[in-house]
Design a protein around this ligand. Structure first.
Ligand SMILES: O=P(O)(O)OC[C@H]1O[C@](O)(CO)[C@@H](O)[C@@H]1O
Length: 243
């Protein structure tokens, strides 16, 4: 109770990520073991403004979610999502992408690309309200709220797959932890490159612009096909795929 979200006049209840759902990925394990199982963040999945929109979204194999992450410290670490990768699109060695937009507050997005068991790229985006961040194929991702404000963000993603949590759980979290003093490498990873900091930007090829509520893409939903068929969209993924 008390965590409902209003979206276009309808009330939605969240899935709640609890602290002990995150046992494997929290930096301070001694602290974690002494803690009660508190609520960390709230996921409102498969939202739509009305039945027509919902049909369009489902017919196009998409999903629109909102996630709310209140400020919190996990001992010395800023609150974050559990983190996951996406599976490969059937018949291709390219995994599904995902598009985020910050609605309120500020987000730190950590993206990491694994190849043959090694991390070959780490990107961090600092995003504020209106900013878009695309998680390209091949990248696992974690969202961190390092502020004192609640973070509210939305995502568009293909609805036909389950996220892969094990690769990040097995290595006790992402390639870096964001602690009070800044990013520190996770020693469980054998070799990790330095962080590349990138700025959120528009994706004009897909009609996506920072500052415009990306839910409105439901009106031209075919432009989000790059989330369902990334292999057909070198105009969006050409550069990142070749990193
Ligand atoms: O699944 P995690 O790593 O807890 O992250 C939660 C986020 O992932 C999503 O499931 C989409 O990837 C969102 O609903 C939510 O923002």
């Amino acid at each position: 109770m008390g965590n409902e979200l209003e979206f276009y006049g309808k009330t939605h209840s969240p899935d709640i990520r609890m602290l002990h759902d995150m046992d494997e990925v929290v930096h301070d394990q001694a602290w974690l073991r002494s803690q009660d199982n508190i609520e960390l963040y709230y996921m409102y999945r498969d939202l739509s403004a009305n039945g027509d929109d919902h049909k369009k979204i489902v017919d196009n194999r998409l999903r629109y979610d909102i996630t709310i992450i209140p400020p919190a410290m996990l001992s010395d670490e800023y609150v974050k999502t559990a983190g996951h990768y996406h599976p490969a699109v059937e018949g291709h060695n390219l995994s599904y992408a995902e598009l985020y937009q910050v609605l309120e507050g500020k987000a730190t997005y950590l993206l990491q690309k694994a190849e043959h068991g090694k991390i070959v790229d780490v990107i961090v985006y600092e995003a504020t309200a209106g900013d878009l961040v695309l998680v390209p194929p091949g990248y696992g991702h974690i969202t961190i709220n390092k502020t004192q404000e609640t973070l509210k963000m939305a995502n568009w993603v293909c609805r036909d797959f389950s996220s892969l949590y094990d690769p990040i759980k097995k290595l006790s979290g992402g390639a870096y932890y964001l602690l009070k003093d800044g990013f520190v490498k996770n020693p469980e990873y054998l070799s990790v490159p330095g962080i590349r900091y990138e700025e959120p930007h528009d994706y004009p090829e897909a009609g996506l612009f920072c500052g415009t509520d990306m839910y409105v893409m439901v009106k031209e939903i075919e432009k989000l096909d790059f989330l369902v068929h990334p292999q057909d969209h070198p105009e969006i993924f050409g550069q990142v795929i070749s990193v």
